[in-house]
Structures are given as C-alpha cells and as structure tokens.
Design a protein around this ligand. Structure first.
Ligand code: ZN
Length: 252
C-alpha cells in the first residue's frame, strides 16, 4: 500500500472531515491513481480547484501519484496571480452566466432580480444541467457536490449556505459580482431581458388600479409578463439594496 500526504487550502476544507481540515494527512492508495480520482474520493469537486502542487510542481488533474508524494490543493485564487503555473480550469468565463440545480429556485430569482443571467427550471435533471452548462458556457451552482464531480463540468461552485440571504452574499462575493449588478433588468420568472413598453400597448391587460396610478411599464419578450413599480417593487428594492451593500466581515 502506498500513500501521499495531502493538504487542502482555504474553502476547500469545507468538503473535508474535521480530522483532515487545515492540516496534512495521509491518503493510502494502490497502484498509481490520478490525483483527480484521489481528490474525488475525499469529496472535493474538481471545479472548485484551481491549482495542485505535487512536491512543489504544478500538475494537471490526470497526474499520477507515487508513494510519498506531497500534494497541496488550492481553490480558485482571486487575490494573486498564478498565471505562470498550470491553471487547471480553462480561462475564466468572460460573461458571468449561471445554471442552477432544481433546489435553488429562490437563489435563481434573487440573482435574476440583480440582473444576472440565470438558467433555471425545476424539471432539469443533472445530465441536462451539465449539457446546458457546457453548451452555453454557464457556471453550475448547486448544493449537490456529486453533480460537480462529473468530468464534463468545468465551471461550478458548491453553494455552502442553506438560506437565501447567505447564498446571495456567498455568490456575490465568490464571483465578485457587486460591480456588475443591473437590478430590475431581467424577468425573475423566465430570465428574459426586460424592455420598456408603451402604456398603450399593454393597458388592457392591467388591473384597474394599476391602470390609474402607473405610467411606466416593462415587458419580458419571452413570457410577455408586464412589470411596473407597484407596492411589491419597494419591497424588492429593499432587498436589492441589502444585497448590493458591502459584506460585513466573513472570510476574505
Ligand atoms: Zn419572462
């Protein structure tokens, strides 16, 4: 039986057992498995990883381990440049677009409310999510780490928090999105981009009170829903302001 010494850094520790967190530990193996296979058995999805050093050298996921290797595994870096080393993921996506698993409907609406491109349907199964993510260059957000362990997944993130407020803060910080917020620009139901629509075109579809009090309307070209700044808007605006505000503390 051979073994390698592993050490995971920063938020990658979230996936490990307490006895493995923030310290070196030994992993036993037979033969010469790939570093990806061993990392998956430890429960860490590869899309969260940006850099692997084996005995100080950067390697790809298919690097094969030998007895006595020392392996350091790092998450996506945001604060310093590692371009001289091997980056494991293809270059970052230029356009930030997401696809969410079926359990994250509230998060989908929240991100759309801030104007982000979010593909979500409650009847997408896992293979469909992966196919669409690859085809449409979307980042998969999920609470199911097994979904991220599929080899085809290149860009993905395991959502740590179980609650909407925590999830929104997490995603905005992780993908550095606060500078790209364009609130109320997207249909929260279907992800279509909203466009201003003349009152005359939609007036017949409005409830009488809305017809009387509001002049400006927006329509989703995909599902034809009409939006206006009614009572609900002010409730949503408070949410948007809270999410736009800089985070208080937390892991940097
Ligand atoms: Zn729509």
């Amino acid at each position: 039986m051979s073994y390698a010494e592993f050490r995971f850094y920063e938020e990658l520790n979230d996936f490990l057992k307490a006895s493995q967190q923030k310290q070196s530990f030994r992993v036993s193996f037979n033969g010469h498995p790939t570093v990806r296979a061993v990392i998956h058995t430890l429960g860490v999805p590869h899309p969260e990883i940006d850099l692997i050093l084996v005995n100080g050298w950067s390697v790809g996921f298919d690097h094969r381990l030998v007895h006595g290797d020392r392996v350091a595994v790092y998450p996506m870096f945001e604060t310093f440049d590692i371009t001289p080393l091997v980056r494991l993921r293809p270059r970052a996506l230029r356009r930030t677009a997401f696809i969410l698993d079926v359990h994250l409907g509230k998060l989908a609406r929240g991100l759309r409310l801030l104007g982000f491109d979010v593909s979500y349907r409650n009847d997408y199964d896992d293979p469909e999510i992966i196919r669409r993510a690859v085809r449409e260059h979307r980042i998969i957000l999920t609470r199911d780490r097994r979904l991220l362990q599929d080899r085809a997944v290149q860009h993905g993130y395991w959502v740590r928090s179980r609650h909407l407020e925590g999830q929104m803060g997490e995603i905005l910080a992780r993908f550095d999105l606060r500078g790209q917020i364009n609130a109320f620009s997207r249909c929260t139901v279907c992800n279509g981009g909203l466009a201003a629509v003349p009152r005359a075109e939609i007036v017949k579809r409005l409830p009488p009170r809305t017809r009387r009090y509001y002049d400006r309307f927006w329509m989703c070209p995909d599902c034809m829903r009409v939006y206006w700044k009614g009572a609900h808007y002010h409730h949503l605006l408070r949410r948007v302001r809270r999410w736009c505000a800089a985070p208080q503390g937390g892991r940097s």
